[in-house]
Design a protein around this ligand. Sequence first.
Ligand code: SF4
Length: 257
Amino acid sequence: MLQQTQVDRVLPKYQQFLAAFPTLADLATASTAAVIDVWVPLGYNRRAISLQSIARQVLAEYDGRIPDTIEELLKLKGIGRYTAGAIACFAYHKQVATVDTNIRRVLHRVFLGLEHPEPKVNDAQMLVLAEQVLPAGQAYNWHQALMDMGATICNSGNPLCGKCPLQASCAAYAEMSQYSLFPSGTVLRQLRKVAEKKSNYQAQPFTSTNRYFRGRIVDLLRSLPHHQRIPLATLGPRLSQSLANRIMTGCRKSLMA
Ligand code: SF4
């Protein structure tokens, strides 16, 4: 739920979701429509669908118990290396590394320097680094601390280096101190601007993204009386002409495939 969604929005939904589906079996046997219904308005409904398919797979293949090793967790459809590591570390206290956005940023800054204009390592190399620096027997506390650091002090746009306990050993801090624009927030903003200009980054308006239209479709379907369906040809124009065009193009492509 927390992937790309803020904590305050997730907390009430988390409670509602657990109240509606208190066990894996409840989640697995519910209709997918009911699961999405509880999930909305968090967005990225694919996460709810994945969660339900994982619950079904765990019941069918693991006797109802979520596995505790990275290898087995990765066999669950929808679970990637980060989630597998997080489950193994936080739920089962395994000594494994995991890298989310906050952890990546803090490790990158402390050990490698600034992540702008572009990161110095790719995801696979970052995982190797995370495994190398993992303190023995401390995986749980270590990851909690890194996540907290990333969320509260070493944040993305305006790190509070003046309050940071890692300042003396931080490679990014040493780098930023050399810029005349110091403090850190100003340095980061300037570096980002340069990187964005370089890549000619053009933000797509939100109202023309797939995510926007997915949300509108789910809202419309939820507003229909129970079990009522709506033909694709009617759905598109109800939302917008551009979506109608997209749907027709999608249909034509599937017919020709
Ligand atoms: S000194 Fe600044 S950049 Fe380095 S870890 Fe601390 S907050 Fe982040």
